[in-house]
Design a binder for this molecule. Structure first.
Ligand code: GDP
Ligand code: ZN
Length: 357
């Protein structure tokens, strides 16, 4: 049962100390604030994160998220709720900044094996954006696979696929038609039991169409299911960790399909492998390939060995990251200030109370 959810020997080893405490392993399938739907070896349960876990969390990463493997203390007696005592080490994490200028990190999915990065043969085929999705995926720890959808809309499928292959540097690229179910056989190797997938890409590329193909009609059906929670109130049960007919698992949380840039420091190096290789010839070790003298990368562009827009997209991605990092720093400073203020107030309150006794 657990192996069908992606349980591995490495997880078994990581879980050993929790097993010794009588806890059971479970995978998080839906997050509702501090309460989660989890799947254990014997079925689905609701489980709360503990107050201690919430209190000690330094950030969102210290709290459970969909896709997580967790150590659960089963419910005691009737009406009791299971509790999540610990999160097992994650293989991968997809996160993004919350909407707007707010820089709170939001964890969209964890323990993803393969990310289908979806684009389409119509106007969406934008190599620069694809580079960014690749960077984000490498950064997450998952493995990217590029799907170019809507083969029926292009006369140049082979040439365009080869063009994408040129920036993808070894990442598999598959041309498909989700609507017409063409080329989907190529996805079979990823649709194996226990393998966890996500589908990413901009709006309109055909993600929902593909997901419906992968799921059959069950997704709609599961969204309609109603059950009652412990307050006797009826809630719609929708699952964000979906078992596909072939046994693979699809994580489809709100926001996951249109992931925004959060941070991709290590991912950048891998997506721009070609530039990194040339950059080893730059005079300055930390050369930004911008205004520095004796820059091997700028020379490669001048001599036509590296397309100028490859370097331009590296600079653009870096600028975006710097802007984001700056916002994160400001945010962190505000949180620190607020915490200090609350701390000072708490000390004053305690001192006053002491004075009264
Ligand atoms: P999403 O926003 O990425 O989830 O995209 P949707 O799955 O909603 O698809 C957007 C539009 O593209 C819909 O009208 C789909 O019917 C259409 N679409 C999806 N796959 C294909 C395809 O293979 N060929 C063509 N021509 N259209 C497709
Ligand atoms: Zn340089």
């Amino acid at each position: 049962m657990l192996s069908t959810l992606g349980w591995t020997d490495a997880l078994e080893t990581a879980f050993a100390p929790h097993a010794a405490e009588g806890l059971v392993p479970a995978r998080v399938s839906v997050a509702y604030g501090a309460t989660f739907r989890v799947v254990t070896g014997d079925g689905e349960h609701l489980a709360d994160s503990t107050g201690r876990m919430r209190h000690e969390a330094q950030g969102r990463r210290d709290l459970p998220a969909v896709g997580d493997w967790v150590a659960v203390k089963p419910a005691e007696g009737t009406g009791g709720r299971a509790t999540i005592q610990a999160i097992l080490p994650r293989k991968s994490v997809f996160s993004r900044k919350a909407a707007g200028t707010d820089t709170t990190e939001q964890i969209l999915a964890t323990n993803v094996d393969t990310a289908f990065l979806m684009t389409a043969f119509d106007q969406d085929l934008n190599l620069r954006r694809l580079e960014r999705y690749l960077a984000m995926t490498w950064e997450s720890g998952a493995t990217p696979v590029i799907l170019i959808n809507k083969t029926d809309l292009s006369d140049e499928v082979d040439a365009l696929t080869a063009g994408v292959g040129g920036i993808a540097l070894g990442v598999p690229v598959h041309a498909i038609s989700a609507r017409h179910s063409n080329g989907l056989d190529a996805l079979t190797p990823y649709l194996v039991p226990g393998h966890t997938l996500v589908v990413l890409g901009s709006s309109g590329v055909g993600k929902s169409t593909l997901i419906n193909r992968l799921v059959g009609n069950e997704r709609l059906a599961t969204q309609e299911v109603r059950d009652s929670d412990h307050r006797g109130k009826h809630t719609t049960t929708h699952r964000e960790l979906i078992v596909l007919p072939g046994g693979a698992l699809l994580i489809d949380t709100p926001g996951m399909r249109e992931l925004q840039l959060w941070s991709a420091d290590t991912g950048v190096a891998e997506t721009f492998d070609d530039i990194s290789a040339i950059a080893s010839g730059c005079f300055f070790a930390n050369c930004q390939h911008d205004r520095e003298p004796r820059c091997a990368v700028k020379l490669a562009v001048e001599e036509g060995r590296l397309p100028a827009d490859r370097l331009a997209s590296l600079h653009k991605l870096r600028a975006e990251q710097e802007a984001l990092t700056a916002r994160q720093d400001v945010m962190a400073q505000q949180i620190r200030k607020k915490r200090d203020k609350i701390g000072a107030r708490a000390i004053r309150t305690v001192t006053k109370m002491k004075g009264r006794t």
